[in-house]
Design a protein around this ligand. Structure first.
Ligand code: SF4
Ligand code: SF4
Length: 382
């Protein structure tokens, strides 16, 4: 058995659902990516445009001198559909499926490192160097994954396996070893040969709540709920808040409507399952009541912990404003005294959406003592 065929088997034994290998090189869509950056569609994610990052994307040899091969591994994470009555309940906040269980970095990175160690051990006396990446922004993983035969790029910009959909994580292993790039790029039974395109389908473009696709295959991150709830550190643009519904961490709409995801099957990987449905769609009142200690306890080991308590509560305030129920008013009024201006301001916005004499009185009282100008604007409703 060739080294590459053995690598494919080893990856399957480690639990990866798909694997491809290709010669190390720049991403094929680098020019489109540079145009996307030039248009400012990356928003506040300025790190994506840093010259050192771009240099790595142009030439993986900058990351790993002497690199010969890229190994792209995929790990499925689809576990279940959120029951409709929970998904449609505006009193609950929704989390993107990938954040229902354990942080995928914690699951994937050790496996990729184990694969790298195994590869080094196969090289006999030869000195082999390697690096592994899981969604760290150093490489355009989806582009390399497509080139490695793991799927095709959909109009929603996700990588789609025609037989299993798009619910999978990607990781990349760079190695100085040459591999056989002609072998089937998959563990046996994992993926089918890629199909070329979405055809005439445009469901994801039409379904996006914030109209974040200016064109097929182009995502304006500044309008995407995933960016707004996870990456954006500051104030969420007012005009987008009413469009965000009850998403409080990420958004799956453009994947949920994709017909290819009908073929997804629940994974055996228990780490990605939610402990209970409250982990996937918690009551907003519970999110609004989170203090730092409760947040740290609740989201230890979850990707949600990365955005910290203030951003999650900010997002819950927006969802509560979209809920529009007086049931949320007491919790939101309590947040007008929060230590974080971001939380106070978004709570004020939500209270304006709910309306009523009690909320108006609370907003006026808070305005009398508020010193932060951004929060004052929100309190005044201006
Ligand atoms: Fe639109 Fe949601 Fe997809 Fe972002 S994740 S592009 S907001 S549907
Ligand atoms: Fe392509 Fe349709 Fe899926 Fe969008 S919803 S990615 S257009 S197949």
């Amino acid at each position: 058995m060739s080294l590459t065929a053995a690598l494919v088997e080893r990856a399957a034994a480690l639990g990866f659902n798909r694997l491809g290998v290709l010669p190390a090189g720049p991403a094929r869509r680098l020019d489109a990516y540079l145009r996307w950056l030039a248009a400012g569609m990356h928003g506040e994610m300025g790190y994506l445009a840093r010259p050192d990052r771009l240099a790595r994307r142009r030439d993986p040899g900058v990351i790993l001198p002497g690199v010969r091969s890229m190994v792209v591994a995929g790990l499925d994470y689809y576990t279940a559909d959120l029951p409709h009555q929970l998904a449609a309940d505006p009193a609950r906040g929704r989390f993107s499926n990938y954040a229902w269980g354990v942080d995928y970095h914690e699951v994937m990175t050790p496996r990729l490192e184990a694969l790298a160690a195994w590869l080094r051990a196969q090289a006999g006396g030869e000195t082999v160097s390697s690096r592994v990446y899981v969604d760290t922004g150093a490489l355009l993983e989806r582009d390399h994954a497509e080139a490695a035969g793991l799927g095709f790029t959909g109009k929603n910009t996700m990588l789609i396996d025609p037989r299993r959909g798009s619910w999978f994580f990607l990781g990349v292993l760079l190695t100085t070893l040459p591999l056989d790039y002609g072998l089937p790029a998959k563990p046996a039974s994992a993926v089918s040969p890629p199909q070329p395109s979405c055809g005439t389908c445009t469901r994801c473009l039409a379904a996006c709540p914030t109209a974040a696709f200016p064109a097929p295959y182009v995502l304006d991150a500044r309008r995407c709920i995933s960016y707004l709830t996870i990456e954006l550190k500051g104030w969420v643009p007012r005009e987008l808040r009413p469009l965000m519904g009850n998403w409080v961490y990420g958004c799956d709409v453009c994947q949920l409507v994709c017909p290819f995801n009908r073929f997804a099957r629940p994974v055996g990987e228990t780490a990605f399952y939610p402990m209970d449905w409250d982990a996937a769609a918690p009551p907003l009142l519970a999110l609004l009541a989170l203090d730092e200690a409760a947040f740290a306890r609740r989201y230890a080991g979850s990707p949600v912990r990365r955005i910290k308590r203030a951003r999650l509560v900010r997002n819950a305030c927006i969802a509560a404003g979209n809920w529009g129920s007086e049931m949320a008013a007491p919790a939101l009024i309590a947040l007008l005294d929060d230590g974080e201006p971001l939380v106070r301001g978004h709570a004020a916005w939500a209270l304006h959406r709910i309306g009523g004499p009690a909320t108006q009185a609370a907003l006026s009282t808070a305005l009398a003592t508020e010193t932060d100008n951004d929060v004052r604007r929100e309190l005044a409703g201006g």
